[in-house]
Unconditional design. Structure first.
Lengths: 114, 115
């Protein structure tokens, strides 16, 4: 158990819908990262927040947005969903903001878009 | 820009045999390099990382990797495979202290251990 929690574990929804994925980092970690893992694209970095501020951005679509709240939990919002958004979404956390700080991954949320 | 190529999407070895998982990177700046392991239905776990100190890096579970700049490689090895090593392994690169603070992952190598 990494100490990172993600809810829900599974999500099934329809095209065009909007969903919110939630992540609680390990106690004491200030950074939260979001990743997408799919058969087509592999594992891709989406976005990083550090202590409430956006720190780094990856291949995140404009239909997707994220935020980190004062209690440090984070939410990833996915809107206007398409079939291709079906994937495993991971959250990771680390104590600092640099890439050399060890990232601890949650178990993921499996999103299925029908 | 950074990229990673993992040679072999599937590798199969016998229990007790040497494990060798290959990773070649491309980076326009001195890289930081990482190996992660993903067990079925779990998130990723860091095995080891190279951050420009010693070129031979030792990680958890008996794994190690050697950074070879001349070969742009960071291959992962373990002298003796155990059944519990069966998992998917990901190599990742970051652009070092000059690069963006994000990881670029390879496509992964699925390791199977034969009894």
């Amino acid at each position: 158990d990494s100490g990172v929690t993600q809810t829900p574990k599974h999500l099934i929804t329809a095209t065009g819908q909007r969903v919110t994925l939630r992540c609680s980092p390990r106690s004491g970690d200030l950074s939260v990262y979001w990743y997408q893992q799919s058969l087509d694209q592999g594992l891709q970095f989406l976005i990083q927040y550090y202590n409430g501020e956006e720190r780094a951005k990856g291949n995140i679509l404009e239909r997707f947005s994220a935020q980190q709240f004062p209690d440090l939990h984070s939410e990833l919002n996915l809107s206007s969903l398409e079939l291709g958004d079906s994937a495993l979404y991971f959250c990771a956390s680390s104590v600092g903001w640099t890439v050399t700080d060890t990232q601890y991954f949650g178990p993921g949320t499996r999103l299925t878009v029908l | 820009a950074q990229s990673v190529t993992q040679l072999g999407s599937h590798v199969s070895v016998s229990e007790g045999a040497l494990v060798l998982l290959r990773c070649n990177y491309s980076s326009s700046v001195p890289p930081y390099l990482f190996w992660y392991v993903q067990y079925p239905n779990q998130g990723l776990q860091l095995l080891l990382k190279y951050t420009s100190a010693a070129t031979l890096v030792k990680g958890i579970n008996g794994f190690e990797a050697e950074f070879k700049k001349s070969e742009t490689s960071f291959h992962l090895t373990k002298p003796s495979a155990h059944m519990s090593d069966a998992a998917e392994y990901f190599c990742a690169v970051s652009g070092g202290y000059q690069g963006a603070q994000k990881l670029v992952f390879g496509q992964g190598t699925r390791l199977t251990i034969n009894p």
